[in-house]
Design a protein around this ligand. Structure first.
Ligand code: ABU
Length: 491
């Protein structure tokens, strides 16, 4: 194959075979008859399946085997684009996004300099500007960067906020700082604890703020906790509010939280990794009112916008902070005397050196759908969630974890099997329900017909958290899930 001389024909044949495998997989993903997964335990994959051996050998294997491996790697994976895959916040398989991903892989470049990624760097600037506008930041000075996922985007927000208040941390380290503390709701993502551990702030300096039954931050508790920390001589510097919590899909009251941040001079971050997509919807945008007062926002287009993994942005309101916080001016990459405008060498804004091109698939999708296409997509998913919620309310053998209509597409519920219906809801009942949910999920995986995740939360026994971000999912798929859970849990 290429680059060998006369390798063009072999390369074409090989890539066309690969394309056929991909296209077969894509068609199967969207046909109602195919399964979401063909589950095998880790030991089965390690032992090898018929014709599919994951062991590596010293000798090259024939191309026929490589093609079988390509096919089987997809065959034994999970079809996350399947309309009955409701397991994670990111799902779906967008054809334009997929094309963007293929083209990105073919370009095989790195995002650190304009020198080697001229087109992608400009696309990133334009998309970041667009996201700023959707947030409602009026300054017109777009700043931000695409990062490897929401956890890293959230980490950037803590890093930049700390630098803003304590710039000497970059050279002197944490020893030069007082004991700094940050605040986030007890229902927020665990990435804030992770960021605090990684940045040397310490997990004990992440103060959890209480939430109401619906999972929203209680602002009076935030203020009490800030005052308590100050009394102890600690230095509050940062609050993270969430737009679409991971489990309940709750939106914190951003304007009230922003008031508190202004009062005490704190950085406000909004983790809109999941909820950011609603900014594209005229109908649902109000749920993020107040986000325009944030200093930074995390937004993952690979979630609600259906962009292929991964695609996450950290957006910073104040231009220049990211650069000042992270730049080290490595001379071999960021030569100041290049012939073009070197402010486009955005790589020194990051904590990475090499950075994957995550922008092209998003840019291409935005071109193909327009903002209005994303809006339709988001609205459809929310309509489906409302349908699921209403269906659950009519079924005696299902119980909602909280009674209110969902704000996002997260719908949390229990299936109550016949043996637990009408029984007193005591401790033993809860223990049984906890096991029932896990057992149904195990059966779901074995049968491969649907995928919905489950979890316990505080004192609540295991419940299903169903999320809808795949525009390919329809009401019939939602009906199917409920029937299937009932079937799998009948005994
Ligand atoms: N925060 C990462 C995504 C978690 C989820 O898909 O449930």
């Amino acid at each position: 194959m290429l680059p060998a001389r006369n390798g063009g024909r072999y390369t074409e044949d090989f890539l066309l075979e690969v394309f056929n495998i991909l296209f077969g997989y894509i068609q199967k993903t969207f046909t109602g008859k195919s399964k979401v997964l063909d589950f095998h335990h880790p030991h089965q994959l390690l032992e090898g399946l018929e014709g599919f051996n994951l062991d590596l050998s010293d000798q090259p294997e024939p191309l026929e085997q490589i093609l079988v491996d390509c096919r089987d790697a997809l065959k034994y994976g999970v079809k996350t684009g399947h309309p009955r895959y409701f397991n994670q916040l990111s799902s779906g398989l967008d054809m334009i996004g997929l094309a963007g991903e293929w083209l990105t892989a073919t370009a095989n470049t790195n995002m650190f300099t304009f020198e080697i990624a001229p087109v992608f760097i400009i696309m990133e600037e334009l998309i970041i500007k667009k996201m700023h506008e959707l947030i409602g930041w009026r300054e017109g000075q777009a700043d931000g960067i695409f990062s490897p996922g929401g956890t890293i985007s959230n980490l950037y927000s803590v890093l930049v906020a700390r630098y803003k208040f304590f710039p000497t941390v970059k050279t002197k380290g944490m020893a030069a700082l007082p004991r700094i503390v940050l605040f986030t709701s007890e229902n927020s993502h665990y990435s804030f604890e992770k960021a605090s551990a990684v940045l040397g702030i310490g997990i004990e300096n992440v103060v959890p703020v209480a939430c109401d039954d619906r999972g929203k931050m209680i602002v009076s508790d935030l203020e009490e906790k800030i005052l308590k920390e100050k009394e102890q001589g600690h230095v509050p510097f940062y609050v993270s509010a969430t737009a679409g919590t991971t489990v309940y899909g709750a939106f914190d009251p951003f304007s009230e939280i922003a008031d508190i941040c202004e009062k005490y001079g704190l950085w406000l971050h909004v983790d809109a990794a999941w909820g950011g997509g609603l900014l594209l919807s005229k109908k649902h945008r109000f749920k993020l009112n107040g986000i325009e007062r944030a200093n930074s926002v995390t937004w993952n287009p690979h979630k609600m916008m259906g962009v292929p993994l991964q695609c996450s942005a950290i957006l910073i309101r104040e231009k220049g902070l990211l650069q000042a916080c992270n730049q080290l001016c490595a001379k071999y990459l960021f030569q100041p005397d290049k012939q073009y405008d070197v402010t486009y060498d955005t790589g020194d804004k990051t904590i990475q050196c090499g950075r994957h091109v995550d922008i092209f698939k998003l840019w291409l999708m935005w071109k193909a759908k327009g903002t209005s296409g994303f809006e339709l997509q988001v609205n459809k998913c929310l309509e489906n969630a409302e349908y699921l919620y209403k269906k659950l309310k009519t079924r005696d053998n299902f119980e909602l974890v909280f009674p209110d209509e969902p704000e996002h597409t997260n719908v949390c519920f229990w299936y109550i099997p016949p043996c637990l219906q009408g029984m007193p809801k005591d401790r033993e009942w809860n223990v049984k329900l906890h096991k029932v949910t896990a057992k149904i999920k195990a059966r779901m995986m074995e049968e491969g017909t649907v995928m919905v995740s489950y979890l316990p939360l505080k004192e609540k026994p295991n419940f299903f958290r169903m999320v809808i971000s795949n525009p390919a999912a329809n009401k019939t798929d939602i009906d199917f899930v409920l029937e299937e859970i009932e079937r799998l849990g009948h005994d």
